[in-house]
Structures are given as structure tokens and as C-alpha cells.
Design a protein. Structure first.
Length: 271
């Protein structure tokens, strides 16, 4: 089941969304708490309010470390049976071999699951320490570059997991031929899914496979971003040869341009 926003949680249940502390501006809305806020409320005996079960759904900016922090606070107050905290998406984080990321906080998707013919889906999983988040946060929404990076990781993971030959998995280099993105609405730090439709794929040579994919980042009923991408998965060794040849050509052209340029003034006039 995709971890999208549920409108109801059933009779007698309360619903709460949990977001990372970095999204404090968004946590001003009813039904949303940051990790630090929720732990404080639990410790002070102010959560949960009223009888019945509470379903806490992690949104974005929440790590497994954060979930354990909340669970420890619940256990100290004897609330483990009353508060349900689902961290399925966090536990299903895509691995290094298919996401092509060395650090887990930079992975933005769960392992892709097949939902139809050439159609796949992952949960969006944003760690507050993610490299894209490190120096850009404006207002209550998540920046568009993060949706693009999630889409990039998604098509690589789908190709690695479902289309490349076993001997090519983990030994391929992905080159993007075109990457067109349009945005439909703001992406907020709530649960969301990344969907991938493999429109076409072919292998004109044993060393490469060409793909055309359509990706969408969906939150609730809204398509927050739609991406059309064409890319090629090359054998590592073949791509290395091509890249080295291109690097030498670029270096030669740059050196020739520099040699032909007018020399820069040797002195700098003080004002």
C-alpha cells in the first residue's frame, strides 16, 4: 500500500502527522507535530488528548533515529499500545546498489514496487540531512529540486531492479539524454509517492540500454511534479572510455582557447 494521506483513520482513532524539526513552519497546522514537539508533549503527559488510539504517520524530514526517539518516549509513559507509529517506508529505504547513493540520508525513495505492467511506485522518504536540503528551505513546502532528484533516483532504481541484465546490475552508468519537469502544486512535508511508467526501453547493443520514462510525484490527489526523461544505461567500462576521450578533447579545446586569448593585465589598480 502506498503511504499517502489518509482522510480517516476509522472510528475512535485520532490521526497525527509527524514531520522533522526542519519543517517547524508547517507544523503550525492542526494535526501536525515536529519530532521535538511530540516528544515534549509525551514527556509532559499532554499527549495523547482524550481516549482512543492515535495513529502517528511520519511525513518528511523524519529518520528512523527520530522514530526510535518517539517510541522511547511513548514507552516511558506506557503509551506503546495506544499510539501506532508506522515507519514502513523508512524501513524499506532503497539500497545503495539501486539508488546510487553512498549515504543513506541522501536516498529519497523506498524500494520500488511493481503496481502494473511497466509501472512502479515508491514512497518519498526525505531525511532532514539530505544533501539537497542542506542549504535551501523556504516557507512550508519542499523545494522542487528535491522532487527532481527523487525522480532521478526512481528511474535508476527501477532500471537496476527490473530491467537490466543481472550481470549489468551495479555495473552500469546512467547518462541522461533529456529531463523535462513541470510542477503542478506545492510539495509539502507529508507522505507522498513517486510513480514511474517505463514507456519504452530497448537494447541496441549489449553494452547499453535506452529508456523513456514518465515519473510523477503524487501527494494526496495532486501531481506535484511530472517528469519526462530519456536516458541510457551504459556498461561502466564502455562509458569510462567515452568519458575519458571527451575529457581529453575538452581539455585540449580549453587550452587552445586560453592560449589564443588576450593576456590579462598584470596589475590591479587600487581605488
Amino acid at each position: 500500500m502506498p503511504h499517502e494521506i489518509a482522510e480517516t483513520t476509522g472510528p475512535g482513532r485520532q490521526a497525527l502527522f509527524l514531520v522533522g524539526d526542519v519543517f517547524g513552519a508547517f507544523a503550525h497546522h492542526d494535526g501536525v507535530r515536529t519530532v521535538s514537539e511530540l516528544v515534549r508533549l509525551i514527556s509532559d503527559g499532554e499527549f495523547p488528548e482524550g481516549p482512543g488510539e492515535v495513529v502517528v504517520t511520519p511525513g518528511q524530514g523524519v529518520s528512523r533515529f527520530d522514530v526510535d526517539y518517539v517510541r522511547d518516549a511513548l514507552a516511558r509513559r506506557g503509551l506503546t499500545d495506544r499510539v501506532l507509529l508506522d515507519d514502513t517506508a523508512l524501513r524499506a529505504l532503497a539500497g545503495r546498489e539501486i539508488a546510487h547513493k553512498h549515504r543513506p540520508e541522501n536516498v529519497l525513495i523506498s524500494r520500488p514496487r511493481r503496481v502494473g505492467a511497466d509501472r512502479f511506485e515508491s514512497d518519498l522518504v526525505v531525511d532532514a540531512r539530505n544533501e539537497v536540503m542542506s542549504d535551501h528551505l523556504t516557507g512550508q513546502h519542499i523545494q522542487g529540486m528535491l522532487a527532481m532528484e527523487a525522480g532521478r533516483q526512481m528511474f535508476i532504481a527501477v532500471a537496476e531492479q527490473h530491467y537490466l541484465a543481472p550481470e549489468a546490475v551495479g555495473r552500469s552508468y546512467f547518462v541522461i539524454d533529456s529531463f523535462a519537469t513541470r510542477y503542478g502544486s506545492f510539495l509539502f512535508p507529508l507522505p507522498a509517492v513517486v510513480r514511474c511508467h517505463v514507456v519504452a526501453h530497448r537494447s541496441p547493443h549489449r553494452t547499453r540500454t535506452v529508456f523513456h520514462c514518465e515519473l510523477t510525484v503524487v501527494q494526496g490527489e495532486s501531481e506535484t511534479a511530472v517528469i519526462d526523461v530519456r536516458f541510457t544505461a551504459f556498461d561502466n567500462q564502455v562509458l569510462h572510455t567515452k568519458e575519458t576521450r571527451a575529457a581529453r578533447r575538452s581539455l585540449k579545446e580549453s587550452a587552445a582557447r586560453l592560449a589564443a586569448a588576450e593576456p590579462a593585465p598584470s596589475g590591479v589598480r587600487a581605488s
